[in-house]
Design a protein. Structure first.
Length: 421
């Protein structure tokens, strides 16, 4: 029985405790109030970037492939990125199968052209030789007819006329043969030149392919550190990548003495960024190390980057400091100084409210909530500058108070809008 009473009282105590907790008025919880702060106010646009050299030497692959019908060239092997190389050292090999096939085709075409040229020259020589023999025979026949005509002075007139006509005919045949011979010579020269031109063309194509084949082995044009070339989509050209005659860059040799950070700013913040702004550049690879930089270029047209749903604008930041630890493709954190005030009054952005183009805050005045119009200035990621509307001793609600129904807006007096400073 005592045990039953003990359970009853414990249960009753728990129920009363739960009722007491449930009866607490949550509206009595305190609102968070903040006071304006005064001091240095900075508007900074932050972004991540990637280092690259301002100047670099491009290591080119074969550049005459398009004229020779080769439009795709695959990198079969390439040395490791970051390797320091000397001028003339091996860098990469391109797949030679296609160009070797072209060389074999052109070699057959060249041999055929050479054979045709030789045959044409022989045929021409033989034809002209036959023509010369025919002219010699016609000349002999003409001379024979002339001798018979000259000996016929004692013959009958009919016989003389007959022999005279035979001589004149032989003479015309001889002269016509000489004329035809001259034409045949011109035709033969033209034909030989045509075949010779085709032979030279085939020879040039064959020689060009042999020279192009040499370019399929890439060597360093100068000393430097090898950096793989990045395509428009950000992919590096490595073994297995394909290059084209329109962009035959295999890799680059950057000038590490002058570096820059390439970053992309979203379309909301790009309006704040302009050429000449100071930048604090951090290196992700080296903690607590910062370099000074300057915005040197801001793109006028946005682009869609892989993995981004919105348009971004390319911004180039020149690194002012020289540092031997800087390497291309290092990730940077960039803080672009948009504007700065040495003595500003500011509050958290969460305090700000806008309605019908009017900006206001809720502040506490003698245990009452006041809806106060303010004139905001510059904004950064967390705070907003206040030009007028509140004073340093004011307390501002960080969020909307519980009961704001019926509150009228307290306008800032036009009578020399008092500065919060």
């Amino acid at each position: 029985m005592k045990h039953w009473y003990r359970v009853f009282y414990i249960s009753l105590s728990i129920l009363m405790l739960c009722w007491g907790c449930a009866s607490v008025d949550t509206s009595a919880s305190k609102d968070i109030l903040v006071s304006p702060r005064k001091g240095k106010f900075e508007v900074i646009v932050t972004s991540t970037g990637e280092l690259q050299a301002q100047k670099s030497t491009q290591i080119m692959g074969p550049q005459g492939g398009r004229q020779l019908g080769i439009y795709q060239m695959k990198i079969s092997q390439i040395i490791a990125e970051g390797t320091r190389i000397k001028k003339g050292e091996f860098i990469a090999d391109l797949d030679k199968s296609e160009v070797m096939g072209k060389i074999a085709e052109r070699k057959l075409a060249l041999e055929k052209a050479q054979s045709l040229y030789t045959q044409t020259v022989l045929d021409t020589a033989l034809s002209l030789s036959e023509a010369r023999d025919n002219i010699a025979n016609l000349k002999y026949s003409m001379q024979e007819n002339r001798f018979e005509m000259e000996q016929s002075i004692y013959e009958a007139p009919a016989t003389q006329n007959k022999l005279k006509l035979a001589y004149e005919k032989a003479e015309r045949t001889y002269e016509q043969a000489i004329s035809n011979y001259q034409k045949r010579i011109a035709q033969s020269v033209a034909k030989v030149k045509e075949v010779e031109s085709d032979l030279k063309k085939e020879q040039k194509l064959y020689n060009d392919l042999l020279e192009l084949l040499k370019e399929f082995t890439i060597q360093a044009p100068e000393d430097g550190m090898l950096i793989y070339f990045r395509e428009w989509n950000g992919r590096k050209r490595v073994a297995g990548s394909t290059i084209s005659p329109w962009e035959p860059i295999v890799a680059t040799l950057p000038d590490l003495s002058v570096m820059e950070s390439i970053t992309f700013i979203n379309e909301i913040d790009i309006q704040k960024v302009s050429k000449g702004q100071v930048v604090k550049v951090g290196l992700d690879a080296v903690a607590d190390k910062y370099l000074s930089g300057e915005v040197t270029s801001v793109a006028n047209i946005g682009e869609q980057r892989p993995g981004s749903d919105s348009k971004v604008f390319e911004v180039i930041i020149s690194i002012n400091d020289s540092d031997t630890t800087l390497r291309p493709a290092m990730t940077t954190s960039n803080e672009i100084m948009v504007s700065s005030l040495d003595d500003a009054v500011y509050i958290p952005l969460e305090c700000l409210h806008v309605q019908d183009s009017t900006t206001y805050v809720y502040k506490k005045v003698s245990d009452k909530v006041v809806k106060q119009e303010i004139f905001p200035g510059m904004m950064n990621e967390n705070h907003v500058e206040i030009k007028a509307g509140i004073k340093m001793e004011d307390q501002v609600y960080l969020s909307i108070p519980a009961d704001t129904a019926g509150l009228s807006l307290e306008k800032v007096s036009e009578k020399g809008i008092s500065s919060v400073r």
